[in-house]
Unconditional design. Structure first.
Length: 178
């Protein structure tokens, strides 16, 4: 079911954000970090989560707003929030790219950007998990689920958590298994 897929994907995203939190602690403790790994995580979030996960949620949210307008207040802001998260992700990805190209960015500035990125992502996930998804689960009927499943075209296989990890994310997948 679509809702189960979203919960599962949120779990995957949380695992990646936990790694970023560990990198943040390492940076603040003056330890070396693998910026390539940070790049892989941000790349995954940018290229898979933004392109497959949020569009799936947006189908749910639009349908909910159209059919359950009386209780759709909290849902209305989510598409805009997805756009804002995409912007933050692009900006943070640009910062990581600059570091990988040997640009000088003070560690405290990078740490602040990393922290802001992780905090916004986690706050968004928590809001959806605690407020929005239970609301949808409570109201949707079998007919609603059928309607939204027909509106959403499944993305290609997940390149990190799917059946086969693509070469691009092999190192990250190994880190997740460690």
């Amino acid at each position: 079911m679509m809702l189960d897929d979203i919960h599962t994907e949120h779990g995957y995203i949380c695992r990646l954000l936990k790694i970023l939190q560990q990198k943040l602690v390492a940076i603040r403790n003056g330890q070396e970090v693998n910026y390539g790994l940070i790049k892989d995580i941000v790349d995954y979030l940018q290229n898979h989560a933004e392109c497959c996960h949020h569009p799936k949620e947006d189908v749910l949210y639009h349908y909910y707003q159209d059919h359950y307008a009386d209780s759709a207040g909290e849902v209305k802001s989510l598409e805009k929030e997805h756009e804002e998260l995409a912007r933050l992700t692009r900006e943070f990805a640009d910062t990581v790219d600059m570091i990988l190209m040997d640009a000088v960015i003070p560690l405290d500035v990078f740490a602040d950007k990393l922290n802001a990125f992780v905090v916004s992502q986690l706050a968004h996930l928590e809001f959806e998990e605690k407020h929005i998804l239970p609301l949808i689960h409570k109201h949707f009927t079998q007919e609603d689920w059928l309607a939204v499943s027909q509106q959403y075209e499944e993305c290609d296989c997940d390149p990190l958590f799917g059946g086969q990890v693509t070469e691009r994310y092999r190192h990250l997948a190994e880190r997740l298994q460690a």
